[in-house]
Write a protein that binds this ligand. Structure first.
Ligand code: URP
Ligand code: ZN
Ligand code: ZN
Length: 482
């Protein structure tokens, strides 16, 4: 007699620590059993395939609100479609703040948009203006509502925070029990470089990389870590582009500082040379920090293997190339500093990391699962519901053909964006089915899920991001109230 609603049959189950042949028995949207000979009302044949936890992408810009009242082009429906096509079942996206305004109202509006999601979702709360009302009244409310991570930018007009404002955010996070994620680049150094390049008539996309060399990222990462260490507040450094930045993280980790590092597929397969394509084409590869060179990419893999960088997310930017809301927003001849930063990557994240990592022998499949699913789930308080294959976890799974060779084209990714920076990239390994809370939502590239069927993931307090308790002299409770 069938005991389960669905059994994924005969695959090789990959957990964060082991690989073994087993069936996965699912009922009521949860994994009930991992074993042999399980019987289900329905079955999904996984013979010859890997069965891994669904991807958890903790850094995606989807339908993000803009100050002019519009949003990114990628909606929660199209973004979910791309995520499910690529084997990702949970995302964390960004609720914004506009300088001079609060955070609760945009969050309420963003929650309304996200209600159409087909993947499970949570939010980071961006802070661009650390006013008293935001820091002391709104942040505690927002964090208590389950938005348990704050995001700050140390560069970009008009988003960046100065050091004092950054400290106020760190202190607010410590008081309320949230993680802080940080975009690390030195604001003034970049502005100074931009001014020099523009004055010299160097305006094309390739000068984007010249305006922000690795030192501006390394300096800001060092400073972010020092300030977080002073306040004893755990942080994650976003989108590490090169080993020099990872070394800053590693040194701090050795001192016992709670700092984690994220990197993204673009830093493994793109380089500054891509931005030197003829005409405006280079804009397709512009993101910040800027992709570096092959040596940096190989060095990043080493930092991944050492465990310094333990999360690989997409930093999916939800806008296109030819569209008026995208790279050409300021025209075809816009100088590099007026071209929106960011590249799409939600649907291509898992195939690129699997191919460059597992298929090329740099990491094993368990490490792949840790980097793309379990570690992000743990760090952001979603584990053990997400990121593992164990009884009681949500039945979020991807069935993976490790041998399948695919040449990436934009159509395969199923996002609304009109390009991919990975067009023509050959990968080995591709998702053939995605299961979200027990429902088969993608099979052979065909996504079938109801808009609105994704669930909001409210994140409760969790041990991993508790402060260490080590503070400099004089840091009693009053130190955090200014
Ligand atoms: O260039 C990037 N990374 N754009 C997205 C926004 C951000 O900085 O994360
Ligand atoms: Zn960033
Ligand atoms: Zn980002």
């Amino acid at each position: 007699m069938a005991e389960y609603d669905l059994v994924i049959e005969g695959g090789t189950v990959v957990t964060p620590s082991d690989m073994f042949r087993a069936d996965v028995g699912i009922a009521h949207g949860k994994i009930q059993a991992v074993g042999l000979g399980l019987k289900g009302t329905r079955t999904l044949d996984a013979r010859g395939r890997l069965v891994m936890p669904g991807g958890v992408d903790t850094h995606c810009h989807i339908e993000q609100l803009r100050e002019d009242g519009t949003t990114d082009e990628e909606t929660f429906v199209t973004g979910s479609t791309s995520a499910l096509a690529g084997g990702t079942t949970s995302v964390i996206t960004f609720s914004t703040q506009f300088k001079g305004h609060g955070i609760s109202a945009p969050l309420a509006e963003y929650r309304r948009l996200a209600a159409k999601s087909m993947v499970d979702y949570s939010f980071h709360q961006i802070i661009t203006d650390a006013s008293d009302d935001v820091i002391f009244r709104e942040v505690p409310e927002v964090v208590a509502s389950g938005v348990r991570s704050l995001k700050v930018f140390l560069t970009y007009d008009p988003l960046h925070l100065d050091d004092r404002q950054f400290l106020r955010v760190l202190a607010a996070a410590r008081r309320t029990g949230a993680l802080v994620t940080v975009h690390c680049e030195n604001y003034e150094a970049i502005r100074w470089r931009i001014a020099a390049l523009l004055a010299d008539g160097r305006t094309g996309p390739k000068y984007h990389a010249w305006s922000r060399p690795s030192m501006v990222e390394r300096e800001a990462a060092h400073r972010a870590i020092a300030l977080a260490e002073m306040v004893d507040q755990p942080i994650q450094i976003f989108h590490v582009s090169c080993p020099e930045v990872a070394e800053e993280i590693e040194r701090a980790q050795r001192r016992g500082v709670k700092v984690w590092g994220e990197t993204c597929p673009q830093y493994f397969v793109l380089s500054s040379a891509h931005m030197d394509r003829p005409g405006f084409e280079g804009a397709k590869f512009m993101c910040s920090p800027a992709p570096r060179d092959e040596a940096a990419s190989e060095g990043l893999w080493e930092e991944v293997r050492r465990g310094t960088l333990d999360v690989i997310s997409s930093d999916h930017s939800g806008y296109g190339y030819d569209s008026p809301r995208g790279k050409r927003a300021h025209g075809d001849n816009a100088p590099f500093n007026d071209i929106p930063n960011g590249v799409p990557g939600l649907g291509s994240r898992l195939p690129i990391v699997f191919s460059e990592g597992v298929s090329k022998g740099r990491i094993d499949a368990c490490e792949f699962v840790r980097l793309t699913s379990s570690n992000p789930a743990r760090l952001f308080g979603l584990h053990p519901r997400k990121g593992t294959i164990a009884p009681g976890a949500d039945a979020d799974l991807v069935v993976w053909d490790a041998e399948k060779r695919v040449t990436i084209t934009n159509d395969l990714l199923q996002h609304v964006i009109d390009y991919t920076p990975y067009d023509g990239l050959e990968v080995t390994g591709w998702p053939v089915a995605t299961v979200r809370r027990g429902e088969i939502v993608m099979r052979d590239g065909k996504v079938q899920a109801e808009p609105g069927s994704g669930q909001f993931l409210a994140r409760e307090p969790y041990a991993m991001i508790r402060p260490t308790g080590r503070l400099p002299d004089g840091f009693d409770a009053s130190a955090f109230l200014v």
